[in-house]
Design a protein around this ligand. Structure first.
Ligand SMILES: Nc1ncnc2c1ncn2[C@@H]1O[C@H](COP(=O)(O)OP(=O)(O)OP(=O)(O)O)[C@@H](O)[C@H]1O
Length: 408
């Protein structure tokens, strides 16, 4: 696949900042592949939660999963969400996912169809000789070096009931949302975030030991400054682009527009300067803050302290003060903008996983949501307990009934 750089081609959505002078220019471009395959055509599961073995052919851009509580609808979405790096839409640990009474591991395999033809993506988790579960990713039956390679083929955006508290819950939830946002367009972000966390934990441990360790700390702080700034800048870029996508939505769209304000976690929000100077400043601040951080027992500044303030634009009010239904509608607006952003940046549409979405919307909003998704050209999976919630799809969807780990 030909890598292209972002911000890029004129016919796509303009970047939030000038690519010649903005932070992206200082950091180097985000590389995104072109012509991603864009539709899952089949899915196979083995020992995945309440699924023993499942083989499913997918013949529509809309897949509607209905069934009683506990049938396995969300489990199926979770399986799809594991076709991307990370822990999936429930953030579950592997032993929770492996079917009780099964082999101890699990597997998910999918075929994707796109401009490059068919691609086979498989992720399996098996116990090793010592009994520890480890994940192997295969693309076209060749073992991938890292799960990040799945992003060359498939991007996934999801909205689950667990995200209902995004505006009111802890900042960590919003940081996770930010990181998923970045990861869906910049595969390097996951590694950066993991490495930053690891370095920060090492620094906190060394500080707690209350012994010199100065040169060791300096090395760790240099790494934290580099990784942390890259994270903050990437998040800032993506929030700016998400905001641009929100602005593009038609005024009569029934999902209210949000205004987004990112705080980077650094004392200064001006991250537009030359990379070297910024990094030096961040490293020096970390060195200066050692005694404060030691007293606090943690690192007080950095991208791990970032937060996203969301405002309901029409009401000029924090989203957290909106009603439950309004918050859901705002969230849907954000997720649709996210899907559009992925499409604009990667050249193809992501797969959308919308868990229990229809029940929260009145019939007019439901119909509008289905039409917007249709217009985006994305493949979507939606769940609900009642098939009548999806009537407005009128023959556009593949309807699957889920019953105790079986799908018909
Ligand atoms: N590791 C596992 N092994 C076997 N079964 C599991 C495992 N983990 C979860 N389950 C079962 O999966 C079922 C839950 O499935 P899921 O969350 O997909 O339900 P759902 O159809 O989305 O229901 P709801 O409409 O209530 O959200 C439960 O019956 C649970 O016992």
């Amino acid at each position: 696949m030909t890598p292209v750089t972002f911000p890029h081609d004129d016919h796509r959505t303009p970047p939030a900042s000038d690519p010649a002078t903005g932070p992206e220019a200082q950091r180097g471009p985000v590389s995104v592949p072109l012509a991603l395959p864009s539709r899952l055509t089949s899915l196979r599961l083995a020992d995945f939660r309440n699924y023993d073995v499942l083989r499913l052919e997918l013949d529509s851009r809309f897949t509607v999963l209905t069934g009683e509580n506990g049938a396995g609808k969300t489990n199926l979405m979770e399986a799809v969400s594991l076709l991307t790096p990370g822990r999936g839409l429930r953030r579950a640990a592997y032993p929770e996912i492996a079917r009780v009474g099964g082999s101890g591991g699990f597997a998910v395999q999918a075929k994707l169809l796109g401009e490059d033809g068919e691609v086979d993506i498989a992720t399996s988790v098996r116990p090793d000789a010592a009994g520890a579960l480890s994940r192997i990713v295969r693309i076209n039956e060749t073992q991938a070096k890292s799960a990040d390679e799945m992003l060359d083929h498939l991007r996934i955006v999801w909205l689950t009931p667990a995200m209902d508290g995004l505006f009111t819950g802890p900042a960590g939830d919003r940081r996770r949302f930010l990181d998923r946002l970045v990861l869906t367009v910049d595969p390097a972000h996951g590694r950066r975030a993991t490495d930053y966390e690891r370095a920060m934990r090492s620094r906190n441990r060394l500080l707690s030991e209350d012994r010199g360790h100065d040169s060791w700390l300096s090395g760790i702080e240099a790494q934290m400054a580099e990784l942390g700034l890259a994270m903050a800048i990437a998040r800032g870029e993506l929030v700016g682009l998400l905001q641009a996508m929100i602005a593009e939505a038609p005024a009569d769209q029934p999902f209210p527009k949000a205004d987004l304000l990112l705080s980077s976690g650094y004392a200064t929000e001006d991250l537009g300067g030359p990379a070297v100077a910024l990094e030096d400043a961040a490293r020096e601040r970390l060195a200066r803050q050692r005694s404060l951080d030691r007293a606090a027992g943690r690192t007080l500044e950095g991208p791990h302290r970032a937060d996203l303030a969301v405002t309901h634009r029409a009401k000029a009010m924090p989203a957290a003060l909106s009603s439950t239904g309004e918050q859901k509608a705002l969230l849907i607006g954000l997720i649709l903008a996210h899907a559009k952003l992925v499409r604009a940046m990667s050249g193809t549409a992501p797969v959308l996983l919308l868990d229990e979405i229809a029940a929260h919307l009145d019939p007019g909003r439901r119909a509008a949501l289905f039409d917007i998704i249709d217009g985006l050209g994305v493949q979507s999976f939606m769940t609900g307990t009642d098939a009548s919630l999806f009537e407005a799809l009128q023959g556009r969807a593949q309807h699957l009934r889920v019953d105790d780990g079986r799908v018909g």
